[in-house]
Design a protein around this ligand. Sequence first.
Ligand code: URP
Ligand code: ZN
Ligand code: ZN
Length: 564
Amino acid sequence: SAQNRLLIKGGRVVNDDMMQDADVYIEDGIIKQVGTNLHTPGGTKVIEAKGHLVMPGGIDTHTHMQLPFMGTAAIDDFYSGTRAALAGGTTMIMDFALPQRGESLIEAYHRWRTWADPKVCCDYALHVGVTWWSDKVAQEMEELAQELGVNSFKMFMAYKDTWQLGDSDLLESFKKCKEIGALAQVHAENGDAIKENSKKLMSLGITGPEGHELSRPEEVEAEATNRACVLANQVGCPLYVVHVMSKSAADVVSSQRKKGHIVFGEPIAASLGTDGTHYWHKCWRHAAAHVMGPPLRPDSSTPKYLMDLLANGDLQTTGTDNCTFTAAQKALGKDDFTKIPNGVNGVEDRMSVIWEKGVVAGKMDPCRFVAVTSTNAAKIFNIYPKKGRIAAGSDADIVVWNPHATRVISAKTHNQAVDFNIFEGMEVHGIAEYVVCHGRVVVEEGEIRAISGMGKFVSTPTHSPHVYGRVEERDRANAPQKVDRAPYDGPVAKLNGQIPVHEGGITPVHQETFYTRGPTRCGGLNLHDSSFHVSGAQANDKSPKRPSVKVNNPPGGRTSGSFW
Ligand code: URP
Ligand code: ZN
Ligand code: ZN
């Protein structure tokens, strides 16, 4: 019907690899034609886009709508969060189903589906957290990947005592991801160091939000980022580092990529748009509102640095880690920074912040903007070109962007449920004047017409060619090579004997293994040998205990005491 037809006329279509002046014709939620002088059926709704950019709707790779976390739950749920996403030009989010330690991953997945399906106003996909390890977890990862549309799993190196995995479990999970063609994601912070630092800071009386950053400085993030990259590379598993927050963590990602390792880095709207100086703000509420993990960095040149790396290809995608808590929720940690619920806003403002700090700042052109706000995510998570492209056959998820209009970001006017905005007062160019989701106009000149449940779950298939395309070849090219040589046929020294490990951990030492020199001519111990042994054993461990010897006439005469 005419209702299902839409023509976006006279705009400049921007994809990640080209721009063209063209009209876009849509029917039943799918782009049917892109070109000039299109003939469309009568009654088609028309959006006049002259002077505007027509770009793929944004894909926010990292959100936590209504996440139960740190004793409370994120205030933006799948309705308010996705509605706000649309208002800002984002037409798809990727959220995380996070099981409790010991809980079934599949149950967590279904719980998230039950929360999201009736509420989402835009499309969504799910990453699933691997928050503990067992054979069952491994088997559930396989089922999620093969049957339930999940191709990415997040492992936490922080949140000790809840979600944190140790190195051996990380290795196991990376191996499993590779086996099933999924993408391993990491929250890269050293949770052990954070716990230790937090205790110390609290004992020094540093209880406010500045303690949050002090307890998890850059090197704590960079160390974990490097460790994750090394471990993933050891088992040949592609790795995606979520929420890259610091220069040094970004440098790790970029240097690993230079070595040819398959690593992707995701800065977020917060790390690109603001910094960690706010943790030292005199107003507790203001400072606490910026608490998230890993923290924003006090080095105020960080956002520009991350934007440069994003612009030049060292970093690839952008999320928000949108996980919002009101001032009252943040106040759960008013006397102890470790109890402030971690998370900030971003889902509504990501597109504008990146446009302002990336395009308006002259760091990236509109094609690169499209790459980092949607196309690269669609490619990495294997939903391209259904998503992330304006072309015939792609989903009609489109933002008609007015690059000249400006707005001032504020919690007073934003659409999110949270009562604070970390970008408060920032003037941004670039407004999502029209947003089309599944071919429906859901934002029209600032008015939002989102309907809960209108969004769909998007399955993400395994073995993305943009991730796994060179894994097999790389494994083959880098496979260890055996040296073919004639077997050694010379003499072989005799081992002194087996050294089995004793039950109690102490290795029993035999006289013949303990000493390398034979006994003296009279059969005594050769004292040129050391009686020290690494196992802690003594040379005479096996000798029967000798009865004590009573000396009746000791040298120097007898005493009356029991010295001898
Ligand atoms: O502060 C954050 N990042 N909250 C959400 C949980 C996570 O680690 O992504
Ligand atoms: Zn995280
Ligand atoms: Zn997160």
